[in-house]
Ligand binder design. Structure first.
Ligand code: PRP
Length: 175
């Protein structure tokens, strides 16, 4: 994106270190089990790739994609699954991996939809938790980084599909 002014918020080194810690927590909590890790496209794909390579727990992976409809760029609450997972999750230990929790609407919807399929357990790991914009109560079980608000890009997070490929996370300062 041209004209984007940005400041580094989380460096690749800080990200690496935090993901190692998260992977250790998850590996400890799921010791002796096999995880179904579900990445929420598109944003989570880089985080998920880094996270699962540090797990001590065996896992299989799948992907879902959701869309929210409404005016402007903010969620209206109307969430639909546009690409569902292909695996059966009944009686499985499922970990949803997401890049960011913002209003909480996307994950609230997905968690409810997956619960109806009867998983043995269901938890959420979010790379980033943007806490001030919640519209519904939602707490991820594992969180990489917490921020209050602000527009963040990089490491999977986009601005109009751009900037996902940045290895570090930036906060955009001229929006
Ligand atoms: C972003 C993000 C989450 C959702 C969080 O996805 O990846 O899925 O919004 O917002 P919420 O908590 O307000 O529901 P986006 O629709 O931008 O898709 P993307 O992952 O393809 O960028």
């Amino acid at each position: 994106m041209e004209g984007m002014e940005k400041e580094i918020l989380f460096s690749r080194d800080a990200i690496n270190q935090r993901i190692t810690e998260l992977a250790a927590d998850i590996s400890r909590d799921y010791a002796g089990k096999e995880l179904v890790v579900v990445g929420v496209l598109k944003g989570a794909f880089i985080f998920m790739a880094d996270l699962i390579r540090r797990l001590q727990t065996p896992c299989v992976i799948d992907f879902a994609r959701l869309a929210s409809y409404g005016a402007g760029s903010t969620s209206s609450g109307q969430i639909v699954i546009t690409k569902d997972i292909e695996m059966e999750i009944r009686d499985r230990d499922v970990l949803i991996v997401e890049d960011i929790v913002d209003t909480g609407l996307t994950l609230s919807y997905l968690v409810q939809a997956f619960k109806e399929r009867g998983p043995r357990s269901l938890k959420v790991c979010a790379f980033m938790d943007k806490r001030l914009r919640r519209k519904v109560v939602f707490e991820a079980d594992y969180v990489g980084f917490t921020i209050d608000d602000g527009f963040v890009v990089g490491y999977g997070l986009d601005f109009n599909e751009k900037a996902r490929f940045f290895p570090d996370v930036y906060i955009v300062t001229n929006l």
